[in-house]
Write a protein that binds this ligand. Sequence first.
Ligand code: F0G
Length: 457
Amino acid sequence: MRTIIEPFKIKMVESLRMTTREERERIIAEAGHNLFLVKSQDVLIDLLTDSGTGSMSDRQWASMILGDEAYAGSRSFFRFADKVREITGFKHVIPTHQGRAAEHILFGVVTKKGDVVPNNTHFDTTRANIENTGAVALDLVCPEGKNPQLVAPFKGNMDVEKLDQFLTNRGTTNVPLGMITITNNASGGQPVSMDNIRRTAQVYRKHGIPFFIDACRFAENAYFIKTREPGYADKSLLQIAQEAFSYADGCTMSAKKDALVNIGGFLAMNNDDWAHQSQAHLILTEGFVTYGGLAGRDLDAMAQGLTEVLEEDYMHYRIRSTQYLGEHLNAVGVPTYQPAGGHAIYVDAKAFLPHIPAHQYPGQALTVAMYIEGGIRAVEIGSVMFGKEDPATGTFIPAPNELVRLAIPRRVYTQSHIDYVIEVMEMVAANRDKVRGLRFKYRAPVLPHFTSTFEPV
Ligand code: F0G
């Protein structure tokens, strides 16, 4: 069969509001040419993030009715913790309101000034939480991962040799833990192979360093292992996930991705001492150990979501539909990071808009053009987000890449929505010469992509 059908039918709908081009031109100008400042009701197809934007199933909603809102010892907590233990095998399961809360607690317990935490590529909040403790977040992605056009199966991998060299040369006294992120969101949403997880674990173990997985998209990663790595075709996604976690000592998780919920997360680990300290932090900042900043019903929704995300029909549709968008964008002349990631397609704005120099923010300009053309919202991952100024000379230092991420919310849009996105991108491509660069009108002092405003050059 050629058509990938959504393996669900729709029981409740949310209306989309159509706008005219004139309205969108006015809205984007009023929002300072920054899609973060546009109201969601003015967006037709929202591809800003896949985080917390998914649809819950009827079974998840049903399980929420069964939520036990007891402050301590809630039934919902045990359902949730049992499910997390079934998948990860970790002894202690600590619920948090989202992924960065788990990171904040973990690094608050484990890292201090002068420490280094290696990873394939740290996500921004992971990096920020590490740096907030005075430690250094080190990225060691494999060389293939740095080449956007190269097609390779596991471009999210850790550079294991480099990791080993780094730990051998530097010594391990100030490396309290090591990580790997599956899938590698900050490197094109690319997967990590089981072989790489195993070898990364061996290196950490050899140097006596505890190993944590950033597990936000662990189920998408398991599907890539099943379909791309020899020896895994006949294993279930649950078995693959279990093997991956068996190599690690703990994990952080944003349940807003692969637990198919709108809010939630957790921290899990085997180390008793770290777990007790983490629980003490949890009580200070999130809530008691059996709810951690969530309602009982949220814990039930996570438990059910963690079951559904490992269903093969769902994941086949999920990964194939992301690839479908990537393939069709390439066919209409839109260059994208290769191959398609699990949760998102990353458009190469530098190649797509070669007439706009980095200091006029081609990625940001493309997000504006996509909004005006068809009401699509995406996010720039380029020089607005990561560009810097040389502190001595004030000259502009661009980001390594100018990308625009089209992240796909889980179970939200149908194939015709995605076909519409492809048509809009085809129109943008046909008129790309007319897309103009931008300059800052107001530049926010930190995390400029969220609240800065721009004007056309
Ligand atoms: N780790 C990874 C790999 C992530 O992608 C995210 C969030 C987090 C940690 C933090 O989790 O948002 O629940 O606090 N990524 C979202 C995104 C925000 O749009 O990629 P959180």
